[in-house]
Design a binder for this molecule. Structure first.
Ligand code: ADE
Length: 262
């Protein structure tokens, strides 16, 4: 039984060919854990020339994607309960919490725009939501749809070989991921931290958690502020250790330590 179906509507379906064959996503599709359909919006346009765009009312640059083919495409693939998302820099911004939310849906319809965007009535008529992958502008929604598909599919049960991988990902616990190392133990004079060589799993977990806190504090004050607020409420044993690491980090900052804390 398939857990999630993603339908991608695009004017460039060929861009998604390799997405469906390689890597974890390809394997999940072959195993039937997910389904992906890629559909050409132009197939839903009528007339001899299958026109999908037109000039904007009121003037302005670029062409606007027309209501009729886009709405017809959405209506042809949407299933009961399906969630329709138009990729757009104007949308709600994607983060791991949104990814988590989307991974619980039965169907996502990802609509990729090009040119100056969609006629606004596409959104009004279909109730589609707008989703952005970040505050920058792409030439079209295809790369964004790929990002959403890959991020969401990792959370579909059974897609990742080891479900712990998703649990330890950056952001999933509000912290960035700790650094990782593999052989050789020394590279150009740089050693793998000895804490990782002990074979003591509890000690390794504590070391990695401390690294995560340090790296998050150094790079992401926004995530750190949330982490500190949550930490103030926590009473578990890990919280005590987290507080100790945090106070070291803050002391180092107060001293203006030039040393990198991660
Ligand atoms: N299309 C163009 N830019 C985009 C962005 N930042 N996110 C999603 N879709 C887009």
């Amino acid at each position: 039984m398939s857990g999630l179906r993603i339908d991608i509507l695009t004017l460039f379906p060929e861009l998604f060919e390799s997405m469906q064959t390689v890597s974890l996503l390809g394997q999940a599709l072959r195993d039937g854990r997910m389904e992906i359909g890629v559909h050409n919006i132009r197939d839903f346009a009528t007339g001899r020339h299958r026109v999908v765009d037109d000039t904007p009312y009121g003037g302005g640059d670029g062409m606007v994607l027309k209501c009729e083919p886009v709405v017809a495409a959405i209506e042809s693939v949407r299933r009961p309960g399906g969630r329709v998302l138009v990729l757009s820099p104007r949308g709600r911004r994607l983060d791991q919490a949104v990814v988590q939310e989307l991974s619980g849906e039965s169907q996502l319809v990802l609509v990729c725009g090009r040119y100056a965007g969609f006629d606004e009535r596409v959104l009004e008529h279909t109730g589609a939501e707008e989703l952005s992958i970040g505050d920058y502008v792409l030439s079209g929604g295809e790369a964004a749809a790929w990002v959403v598909s890959e991020a969401v599919s990792r959370l579909v049960p059974g897609v990742l070989g080891n479900p712990d991988s998703a649990r330890c990902d950056s952001f999933s616990g509000g912290l960035l991921e700790h650094p990782v190392y593999t052989r050789p133990p020394e590279f150009q004079g740089r050693q793998v931290p000895e804490e990782l060589m002990t074979g003591n799993h509890a000690e390794i977990a504590r070391f990695r958690r401390a690294q995560s806190i340090r790296i998050t504090a150094a790079r992401r004050p926004d995530l750190m502020a949330r982490f500190e607020a949550e930490l103030a409420e926590r009473r578990d044993a890990e919280a005590e250790r987290d507080r100790a690491v945090l106070s070291e980090v803050l002391d180092a900052k107060d001293r203006g330590d030039g040393t990198r804390s991660c």
